[in-house]
Design a binder for this molecule. Structure first.
Ligand SMILES: C[S@@+](CC[C@H](N)C(=O)[O-])C[C@H]1O[C@@H](n2cnc3c(N)ncnc32)[C@H](O)[C@@H]1O
Length: 210
C-alpha cells in the first residue's frame, strides 16, 4: 500500500511515523508513506498556498488550484483521495478497514480556516472528520487515519488474531477488560474467574463484559 500525505507541515510526521509499528511496517515494505510539502506546487516566490475568503470573513482559505495540482501529480491509477475536515463523515474502524484495502491513499491536511470547498466537491473522493472538535490542522487527523489503517494491513501486527477480538471489529463492540501481574495490589484484585483456568467460563465472562 502507498500513502501520500499533502501538508504544509511535513516535519510534523517524523516522530509518529518513525516509531513502533508504523516504523516497522515501513521497514518491512508493507507500506510506503510519502509526505509532500504542498508549497512545492505553489507558483509564487513566497510559496503561498492560501488566500482570503470570497464574501469576506476571518482568516485564510487554502487554494483549490494548488491542492488540485498536487493531487493530480501524485495520483496513480487506483487511488482514494481523502480530505481531512471538520465537515466530513466521522471516522470509524469500519472505514479504517475499507481504507486498508486501497492501493494508494492520498490524504489532504487542511490548515487556517480550512480549504476551498471545491476540494470537497471536485478533488476529494471523500471527506473524513476524526471527531466533533476543531484542531489547528489536518496533520494530526492524517496521523490518526494512517495509524489505524496501517495496523490493519496483513503482516503488520505480529499477532493477526488479536484484530478479530479487539474493539470495534464489530461496530459498537469493545474489547473485554484485561488484567496482568500482580494478582493483588493495594487490595485491588484480579477477577477470580480469570485465575480459575476454566477457559469456557472465562470466554463467557469476557463476552458478558463486552
Ligand atoms: C482550524 S481547522 C478549520 C476549522 C473550520 N474553520 C471549521 O470551523 O470547521 C483547520 C484544518 O484542520 C483540520 N481539522 C480540524 N479539525 C478536524 C477534525 N475534527 N477532523 C479532521 N480534520 C480536522 C482540517 O483539515 C481543517 O481544514
Amino acid at each position: 500500500m502507498k500513502i501520500d500525505i499533502v501538508t504544509i507541515f511535513p516535519e510534523m510526521f517524523q516522530g509518529p511515523f518513525g516509531e513502533s509499528i508504523i516504523k516497522r511496517a515501513i521497514e518491512k515494505e508493507l507500506v510506503e508513506i510519502k509526505i509532500h510539502d504542498l508549497r512545492n506546487w505553489s507558483s509564487d516566490k513566497r510559496r503561498t498556498v492560501d488566500s482570503s475568503p470570497y464574501g469576506g470573513g476571518a482568516g485564510m482559505v487554502m487554494r483549490v488550484d494548488i491542492i488540485d495540482k498536487a493531487v493530480t501529480d501524485l495520483k496513480r491509477e487506483k487511488s482514494r483521495v481523502v480530505l481531512l475536515d471538520t465537515k466530513g463523515q466521522v471516522f470509524k474502524q469500519q472505514k479504517a478497514k475499507e481504507l486498508a484495502q486501497v492501493e494508494q491513499l492520498i490524504l489532504i491536511a487542511g490548515h487556517y480556516e480550512g480549504v476551498d470547498h471545491r476540494i470537497h466537491e471536485q478533488v476529494a473522493d471523500e471527506v473524513i472528520s476524526i471527531g466533533e472538535f476543531v484542531l489547528t490542522g489536518g496533520e494530526l487527523p492524517a496521523m490518526v487515519v494512517v495509524d489505524s489503517v496501517v495496523r490493519l494491513i496483513p503482516g503488520v501486527l505480529g499477532n493477526q488474531e488479536s484484530l478479530a477480538e479487539e474493539s470495534y471489529n464489530q461496530e459498537g463492540v469493545v474489547e473485554y477488560p484485561q488484567y496482568t501481574r500482580p494478582e493483588e495490589y493495594k487490595g485491588w484484585k484480579v477477577p477470580e474467574i480469570l485465575l480459575s483456568g476454566d477457559h469456557k467460563k472465562i470466554r463467557e465472562w469476557r463476552k458478558k463484559k463486552y
